[in-house]
Design a protein around this ligand. Structure first.
Ligand code: ADP
Length: 215
């Protein structure tokens, strides 16, 4: 019989059978530090969180370009790209948003374990989901950057017209309008792009990484 991925995801018998299998992590001869060491860098996950249009993607791209220019091996994970692929089965209800971030966190961890400097730009509106991702990582690997641009400025920018749609009631669960954004409790870095240029923001993150022996 040919069993498709949809059968496996929806068939409770197959699911139960899968859950009953005992899983064990295999020990590895090489660590994430060994893998990163060959590149002369330390693995890190730079996690940008903030409202839509706060500047996460713009800063993340500029940061990646800067690190690449410094000879660092990076990988950028960005909201829309992940939602068009890995997470295209997920919507924007709270439960899907948490699953979205959980999967991204696991992918970021795999990449950090491969020795990369991962830059992740996601609204990630809930404190609990950001804590979940932080706890997935090895201690010190996670650098939370709160892009704290105020809602009024994000809405005035509105580069994709999403705030206007949300105000008209055409988008449900839009963070800041009809869904909450929980500000980070203790981010490593706070950047308000009302006062900081993109270049300033990149320098602040690079400075932090240098001070902590990352870049
Ligand atoms: P997000 O990824 O948070 O949704 P984007 O980076 O896609 O936000 O959009 C932010 C918009 O704000 C872009 O059009 C960008 O050019 C603009 N912008 C203006 N000033 C800044 C700044 N100092 N930092 C980042 N973005 C800025």
């Amino acid at each position: 019989m040919n069993v498709s991925a949809i059968d496996v995801a929806s068939d409770p018998f197959i699911l139960n059978e899968r859950l009953s299998v005992e899983l064990h992590r295999h020990s590895e001869l090489l660590s994430r530090v060994d893998r990163a060491g060959i590149k002369g860098q330390k693995p890190r996950v730079i996690w940008l969180t903030g409202l839509s249009a706060s500047g996460k993607s713009t800063i993340a791209n500029a940061l990646e370009l800067r690190l690449h220019g410094m000879g660092r091996h990076t990988m950028l994970l960005d909201g829309d790209n992940v939602r068009l692929g890995l997470n295209k089965d997920l919507g924007f209800a709270a439960v899907d948003r948490v699953e979205n971030i959980r999967r991204i966190g696991e992918v970021a961890k795999l990449m950090a374990d491969a020795g990369l400097i991962v830059i992740a730009a996601f609204i990630s509106p809930y404190q609990a989901e950001r804590t979940m991702v932080r706890e997935l990582m090895s201690k010190g690997d996670f650098v939370e950057v709160f892009v704290s641009t105020p809602l009024e400025l994000c809405e005035a920018r509105d580069p994709k017209g999403l705030y206007k749609k949300a105000r008209r009631g055409e988008i449900l669960n839009f963070t800041g309008i009809n869904a909450p954004y929980e500000e980070p409790e203790s981010p490593e870095i706070i950047l308000d792009t009302s006062y900081k240029t993109v270049e300033d923001a990149v320098e602040i993150i690079i400075d932090f990484m240098c001070q902590h022996g990352v870049a």
